[in-house]
Design a protein. Structure first.
Length: 61
């Protein structure tokens, strides 16, 4: 999860793609989810929204 205007996403995307490519037996779309918070940046408010979004994946029934 990353803010859409957060510059760190440009470092994250190649790393995620490499994990999926090099470890496709372990890393799948089901267990590594990349989500961009379209209005987010690199700040506390964006972080809180991204955590709120991520928690829904951890506590599914």
């Amino acid at each position: 999860m990353v803010g859409g205007s957060d510059g760190t996403k440009y470092n994250m995307i190649p790393q995620i793609e490499a994990l999926r490519s090099n470890h496709s037996d372990l890393i799948t779309d089901d267990n590594l989810i990349y989500w961009e918070n379209s209005g987010g940046g690199h700040n506390q408010g964006s972080f809180e929204l991204e955590i709120q979004h991520g928690l829904t994946y951890l506590f599914q029934e």
